[in-house]
Every structure is written in structure tokens, then in C-alpha cells.
Design a protein around this ligand. Sequence first.
Ligand code: HEM
Length: 185
Amino acid sequence: MSHTFTVEELLAYDGSDASKPVYIAVKGVVYDVSASREFYGKGGPYEAFAGRECSRALAIMKVDAAECNGNLDDCTEKQLKTLDDWIAKFNTKYAVVGKAAEPGSAQDAGGAKPGAAAAKPGSSGKWQDEAVDMEEIKRTMMRLSPFTPGLLATLAIVGLLTALAAYVLYIDMTGQQPLEPHTEL
Ligand code: HEM
């Protein structure tokens, strides 16, 4: 069972305490980004993200603390795609350590109290449902894979042409002299 962090709990991992790990939350998924303390720790270029839900900031490519929240309502398709690309990167780079409650939700208010989450089975917010959408993760990984259908088709054609060239060369080298006009004289 993964832990659901309240907004306040998550904030404890904002990098200000060097003895604690640094966490960021993206679409309600909490990542341990301690390995990149130079980015997210105190004084780092992305310190505003630490200890917070930063989906919006990542989508619109802003490092302002004011944009560190989960509101994606006015984001364009392109910005949502940018966010998906960040998520794909984080999924390969960092460990997931839990979920983040939606601010102001029942989980946010009660998550810190023991038993509060267990008392409400299946009450996960919409972020949690999206967070475990394996199909979405697979689609993102397919999109980021270097083996696009176009590349595979090109590789297949190059392979066929190489085989054909090797065959022609083989015929050429193993005798089978082509009939030339002077041989008929
Ligand atoms: C002049 C503008 C910028 C430059 C030159 C820049 C440059 C870089 C560089 C060199 C890295 C390190 C990449 C790596 O080693 O993996 C990085 C990481 C990162 N950048 Fe920027 N960046 C810029 C703007 C932004 C903005 C506006 C955002 C807002 C979303 C952003 C978000 C990030 C994040 C989240 C990482 C860390 C990714 C990770 O954890 O691996 N950057 N940036």
C-alpha cells in the first residue's frame, strides 16, 4: 500500500532539511528526486517544485512557485503533452514513493490521521486513477521509443535491399556468366 501524502506532509520534503529526501508530486504521484538535489534542493533552479504538486508548472514550463499546483484546466494539448513527456522522464529516472492527495480533498484533510485513508476504500481522487493508468504510461513510452513505425519500415526496406544486393553479388561471383553479344559469334 502506498502512502498518500497530504499537502502539508509533502511540504516537509522540500529540500530545506538536508537529512530528509526531496520529493516532488506530478499528477498526484510522488517521486523521490533526492538524486537531483542540485536541481530541486535549496538554491537549485527548480527548488520551487520541491515538496509540491508541480504538474501545472511543468506543463506550462514555468518555474514560479505560484504555478506549482495541479490545475491543468486551461492547459493546451501541447502543454499537456509536455507534461506527459516530463512524467515519462520521471518514471524512468525516479522512484515513486506514494501519492499526493488533491489539495482540500478529504484525503488531504484526513490523510495524516492514522486509519483515515483505510476508512474510505476506493475513494481515491481523479489524480490517483490517472496515476496508475498503465495504458497511458505504455502509450507515452511507445511515443518516446526510438523505434517508430517509420523507422522500422525503413530498416525493413534497407534489410531487403541489402539481401538483394548480396544475392546479385553471389550470382555474379559464382560463374553464371551473363550471355554477351560476342559469345554468340
Ligand atoms: C533557459 C531555460 C532553461 C535551461 C537552459 C534549462 C536547462 C536544463 C538542464 C541543462 C537540465 C539538466 C538536464 C539533465 O541533466 O538531465 C535541466 C533540467 C530540468 N529542467 Fe530545465 N532549463 C531551462 C528552463 C526550464 C523551465 C522553464 C522549466 C520548467 C518546467 C524547467 C524544468 C526542468 C526540470 C524539471 C529539470 C530536471 C529534470 C530531472 O529531474 O531530471 N527547465 N534544465
